[in-house]
Structure formats: C-alpha cells, structure tokens
Write a protein that binds this ligand. Structure first.
Ligand SMILES: Nc1ncnc2c1ncn2[C@@H]1O[C@H](COP(=O)(O)OP(=O)(O)OP(=O)(O)O)[C@@H](O)[C@H]1O
Ligand SMILES: O=P(O)(O)OC[C@H]1O[C@H](OP(=O)(O)OP(=O)(O)O)[C@H](O)[C@@H]1O
Ligand SMILES: O=C(O)c1cccnc1
Length: 493
C-alpha cells in the first residue's frame, strides 16, 4: 500500500545521491557557490533529423514549488537518517537561481543546451533528476508525434494511447506533448480539461457487441450524439459494418453529422478502398475514414504506398510509449563553478568518446537563419559574451570533424534561450498548447526537407564558435596536465 501524505511534494522526486552530494557541499561550505549546469541530449531519438522540445511548463511548476514539506523532512530525518543540522538547512531550501530555456515547440538537436540553470551549486544539483525526468519523456513524445504527423501530412492524427501508457502521469503529459508535436486531438478527457486540449473519440466494439448488431448500436449512438463515427469492423466490415453505417446515416439524414467510419482491424489498405467506394456510391463522398490498430509512422507510410484511403489516423500504443525508442538520453552537466575567490571557473568532463566530452563554460545558443531563403543554416553555440549578430561573417565548423566548415553571411542569429526564471521567480508565462503546436510547425518550416525525412535524414549542423572551441581545447589541455601531475604524484607513468 502506498502511504498517503497530504503535504507530499516533488522535492523528493530525486535520486538519493543528489541529496548526499548536497550534504557534502553544505558540510564543506561550498553549497552556495554559483554554478552553471546545462541540460541536453547527445543523440536524436528514432533516427530522426530533429527533436521537438516539450516540458518547460512542468519544469517551471516544479522549480516554483521546490520545497521539502514537513513529511519530506520527517522522512529524511527519521527514515533516511540525515543529521539534524543538515535537516534544519533543507527545511528552508528553495530554488533561487536563474533559468534560461528553449520554449516548448522549439526544434532541437543533439549536443546543444536546451536549458541552462544558473544557481547555487546545491540547488542546481538537487533539481537535476526531476528536470531530466520531465524533459526526457515529454521531448521524446513530442518528437515521435512530429514524425508521425510528418508522414500523415495534412490528415489529422488523434491520440488514443492512455490505456497503454506507462501509468497515468505519462498519459496526461504524453498526450500534451503529442499535441505540441502535431497531433490534432486526444481521447483523454482529463488531459483535455487540464490543458485545454481538443478532445475527440468514436466508440468501441463493446457498443456493437452490447446490441448484438451494428445497425442497432449505430442507431442507439446516433440518438444521443450529433457527430458520429461508426466503428464498422466488429463482425464483418464490408458485409455488415459499412452497410449498417450507411443505412443509419441515410435514415437519420440531417439529424446527425455523419462524420464517417472507423476501421480497427484487417487489411486497412484493402478495406479502406472498398469502404471508400461503398460510401461514395451511397452518396457520402465527404464521410471520413478513420483507421487505428497499432499504427505508427512506418505502417502509415506503408499504407500510403498502398494507396489506402485514410482521412484520419488514431494512434495509441506507439506514440504514448515511444514504442521503438522508450528513452531519450538527455543529460545534465555542470559547465562552470565559482572558485574560492569568487571567480567563475569552467569545468569539463573528459571521455574517451569525443562526442561525450562536455563543452565547458557559460554559453549561448543561436539558430543561424539565412536571410535570403529563410532557412536555418545550423545552430551555433557561443561563449556568453559573444554576439554573432554583430559579425559580418561567421565560420561554422563541425565540433569534432573540424575540417567540415562553411562561412555564413547575411544571416539572422536567433537567440534560442529565453530567461524563464529570475532569482527563483518564474517570469515566463507559457502560451496555450495550441500556440506551442503552431510554434513547432512554424519552426519546422525553417528546416530544409533533407533534415525532416523520416529515414536517414542529413545531420543538421550544431557548431561551436571559434572562441567556444578554443575554450574547450584549453580545458582539455588543462585537465590532461592535471591528470599527468596527479599520476606522477601517485607513482603512475
Ligand atoms: N495493408 C496493410 N499493410 C501493412 N500493414 C497493415 C495493413 N493493414 C493493417 N496493417 C497493420 O498490420 C497489423 C495487423 O495486426 P493484427 O494482425 O494484430 O491485426 P488484426 O488481426 O487485423 O486486428 P486485431 O488483432 O486488432 O483484431 C496492424 O499493426 C495494422 O495496423
Ligand atoms: O492500437 P493503438 O494504436 O494502441 O490504438 C488504441 C487502440 O485501443 C483500442 O483498442 P482495444 O483496447 O480495444 O484493443 P485491440 O484493438 O487491440 O483489441 C482501439 O480500438 C485501438 O485499436
Ligand atoms: O475514440 C476512439 O476511437 C478510441 C479511443 C481510445 C482508444 N481507442 C479508440
């Protein structure tokens, strides 16, 4: 049985090691040193050429409300065993830092900072797990939704996944992310209420089974509902389901809005073509054909290649669980920390894998947009004090394979980070989810098609400024020097 705490908070929604590190920082008196952390992922999910950022609104709620409640404090003291002095410190702890973030619906790529947290070390550390939890899931689902919508083109896509979601929270936030990524509506009524999302739905096989008849079931449904989409595959799609739907639509005429039919099994290509012909011949050329049944962008593409006659898609399991890639690997890394003199010192994490070496320093992120064609040339990471817009010409080069480079002129440098939290106060108001979805759509229009194709897209450039790259190389050299000294001191080679 779960225990119920009326004052349960999300401050404990973290890994134990974060609180243990917080205790060390505090005991050593370095907990209030200014620090800069960045949140980013390295590899795009689903082999896609871009991702769609989602999660800011929940992150902001979490940071705003960050506080260990009385029952959290009691648990940490009585069950986990932290000492009284540290417990007293945790009681009054709030998030007091600054946060810079992309806004929801922004197109995002690997190895670029999505969120930058500037806060006392202990605070920035404690919020890591929750921030990653939020962004990893929501961005994954928004990206999957965008892939699916890309294949659907102008046909609308409904989210049907709640029953298959990894529990209730995922259904709610996942469907919100799906709408940001391009889905038109959700079947989850609570999500509709909470986030003001468009809700939609048809009916299930149980309705038809309860009446033992397609005709009776459709009639019963139509007596109480104006908009009707009849599910036609319970007994026999072409011999009973579609003819019954047509009969009810004819009988009730203007009394209902016969939106169309739904197919949920069998050969969708074959059945949709046959049903289309029956509907057209019966005088219902505007009736829509909705399809569902374990669909995703791959089956959709395949169905389109077979000229399936589909007007609307219902997608459940494969969107809400991000079925083919259940996790986005976003990470949260420290890039700069105040030293004993009060100066900020950049810090780096070295790895044998060049892609995994962090990029030190407080940085900014720009999207470089060609003023002539309005298309994005690439993203450009600079040190905080740089302003690419003040330059005539910038050199963009691959941060690992540096010989891949180009000069860009006549560009607009769009700053992708908005200040959303200042001294712990949330200063950003999230727009409606529909606006986020529109923003996502507009952003995708900046990308050349080769970055958007669902199979083997081109790699979009995410480059470092020369200054940023030099800083990284200097940090690597310094660490190598330090390691050599340590190694010598310890008797190493
Ligand atoms: N013409 C088609 N081409 C490719 N895939 C299809 C086609 N028609 C249906 N599919 C997909 O093939 C899969 C068929 O799965 P399955 O065999 O479980 O369905 P079914 O037996 O027809 O229906 P159910 O088990 O739900 O009653 C589904 O993912 C469906 O979307
Ligand atoms: O297929 P998804 O993309 O997950 O979409 C949601 C599914 O949920 C319903 O099926 P139901 O729960 O009745 O299961 P079934 O169709 O597999 O029998 C509906 O008929 C869809 O097929
Ligand atoms: O409205 C529907 O058709 C629907 C809703 C949830 C799951 N499957 C279908």
């Amino acid at each position: 049985m779960t225990k119920v705490y009326p004052d349960d908070s999300l401050a404990l929604h973290t890994d134990l090691y974060q609180i243990n590190m917080a205790e060390s920082y505090w005991a050593d008196g370095i907990h209030n040193r200014k620090s800069v952390f960045e949140l980013y992922f390295r590899k795009l999910p689903f082999g896609n050429g871009y991702a769609v950022f989602a999660g800011l609104e929940r992150m902001l709620e979490y940071l705003r409300d960050f506080k260990f409640s009385d029952s959290d404090i009691a648990y940490l003291r009585d069950e986990v065993g932290y000492k009284e002095d540290f417990i007293a410190y945790l009681k009054d702890l709030r998030f007091t830092g600054d946060v810079y973030s992309m806004i929801e619906g922004e197109t995002v790529f690997g190895n670029e900072p999505i969120v930058r947290i500037e806060a006392p070390l202990v605070e920035a550390q404690l919020v890591e797990t929750a921030l990653l939890n939020i962004v990893n899931y929501q961005t994954l689902i928004a990206t999957k939704a965008s892939r699916i919508k890309h294949v659907a083109e102008n046909e609308s896509v409904m989210e049907f996944g709640t029953r298959r979601a990894q529990e209730m929270d995922a259904a709610i936030w996942g469907t919100r992310a799906a709408i940001i990524g391009g889905f038109a509506s959700t079947s989850n009524v609570r999500a509709g209420k909470l986030f003001n999302l468009p809700i939609s739905g048809t009916h299930a096989h149980s309705l038809v089974q309860a009446y033992h008849s397609d005709y009776e079931a459709f009639h019963a449904y139509a007596r109480r509902h104006k908009d009707c989409v009849f599910l036609v595959d319970t007994f026999d799609t072409l011999k009973s389901g579609v003819p019954s739907a047509i009969q009810v639509a004819k009988e009730l005429g203007d009394k209902i809005n016969f939106v169309g039919i739904r197919l949920d099994s069998g050969d969708i290509a074959f059945l949709s073509k046959a049903a289309r012909k029956m509907l057209d011949d019966a005088g219902f050329p505007d009736a829509k054909i909705v399809v569902s049944n374990d669909l995703d962008e791959y089956t959709m593409l395949n169905l389109k290649a077979q000229d399936a006659r589909v007007d609307m898609w219902g997608i459940g399991t494969k969107i809400i669980t991000a079925y083919d890639q259940p996790a986005l690997g976003a990470v949260y890394k420290i890039v700069s920390i105040e030293d004993v003199e009060g100066d900020m010192v950049d810090t780096i994490k070295i790895s044998a894998n060049a892609e995994k070496v962090t990029t030190p320093g407080r940085k900014k992120l720009y999207r470089i947009i060609d003023r002539e064609n309005g298309k994005a040339e690439g993203d450009y990471i600079t040190m905080y004090d740089e302003d690419p817009q003040s330059e005539e010409k910038i050199k963009m080069f691959h941060p690992v394979h540096t010989f891949i480079s180009k000069f860009v002129t006549n560009f607009e440098a769009k700053n992708l980070h908005e200040k959303v939290v200042e001294n712990g106060q949330v200063i950003y108001t999230s727009p409606a989810v529909s606006e986020m979805a529109q923003y996502a759509k507009d952003n995708l229009a900046l990308l050349w098609d080769e970055y958007k194709r669902s199979l083997n897209p081109e790699e979009y450039p995410v480059d470092l400024s020369q200054k940023c790259w030099n800083n990284k190389m200097r940090n690597i050299a310094e660490v190598q020097e330090m390691v050599a000294k340590v190694s010598e001191g310890l008797g190493g080679k």
